[in-house]
Design a protein around this ligand. Structure first.
Ligand code: FNR
Length: 215
């Protein structure tokens, strides 16, 4: 029985498996961001699939534009170190990013650039390697920002993040919400599915990791 307990199996109705920890990030900094609203819907799906979700507000961690000279002159910025710590505490990322000129916004890229760098004990990519990510984008335009997803996928992939094949571009997003409430039930379900899929995928791999260690 103890063997089963350590393997994270259901015993006496208790699920011993680890809860997936997901960091949710909106790539837009603006107050009324549609991407932030869309992210909230996906977060609901992840929570429903029993994940712990932390919403990261990038505005709370302002960063200078990446410049290696800053590190040489005055060390790694505190906020970059804090963000690295936050990333390390999570198993996966749920990212909703606007498309800026057919790519991801500079603020989001700058966040990834800083947190991907070596810092003290951390080597390049340590905050990202082996994590899982679900990505989405939203735009008032007809293409929904689809072009930024390929760029975001590339950036995450080079950092050895497993990006779920399922991704969502929400077109004409300005017509889908009333306040913070999404009115399009098909889109609501799709976004929730992305969050749910991320949580379940991470759980499966955490579980396999536990099993591998306990053998
Ligand atoms: C945009 N926008 C935009 N939209 C799009 O579909 N494709 C694009 O390439 C661009 N490019 C672009 C560049 C810049 C600099 C800005 C500020 C905007 C419009 C964008 O989709 C719209 O502003 C969204 O509302 C931004 O997302 P949030 O802030 O609502 O989450």
């Amino acid at each position: 029985m103890f063997y089963e307990l350590f393997r994270g199996k259901l015993i006496f109705g208790f699920n011993m498996s680890k809860r997936p920890k997901i960091l949710a990030v909106a790539g837009s900094l603006r107050k009324g961001s549609y991407n932030r609203k869309v992210l909230d819907v996906a977060i609901e799906g992840a929570k429903r699939a029993d994940a712990d979700v932390t919403l990261l507000d990038l505005r709370e961690y302002p960063l200078p534009l990446y410049n290696a000279d800053l590190v040489a002159e005055s060390g790694f910025p505190d906020n970059a170190t804090k963000l690295q710590q936050i990333l390390l505490e999570h198993d996966g990322l749920l990212i909703a990013s606007p498309e800026y000129n057919a790519s991801l916004p500079g603020g989001l890229k700058n966040f990834i650039d800083w947190t991907s760098r070596a810092n003290g004990q951390l080597k390049v990519g340590d905050c990202y390697r082996g994590k899982w990510a679900g990505i989405m984008t939203a735009s008032p335009g007809s293409f929904g920002g689809i072009r930024c997803l390929a760029h975001l996928r590339d950036v995450l992939s080079i950092l050895l993040v497993h990006v779920l094949p399922f991704e969502i571009a929400v077109a004409k997003v300005d017509t889908l919400f009333e306040g913070d409430e999404i009115k399009d039930l098909n889109m609501k379900q799709m976004l929730e599915s992305l969050g749910e899929m991320l949580a379940n995928t991470i759980r499966k791999h955490l579980h396999e990791g536990t099993e591998a260690k306990s053998v």
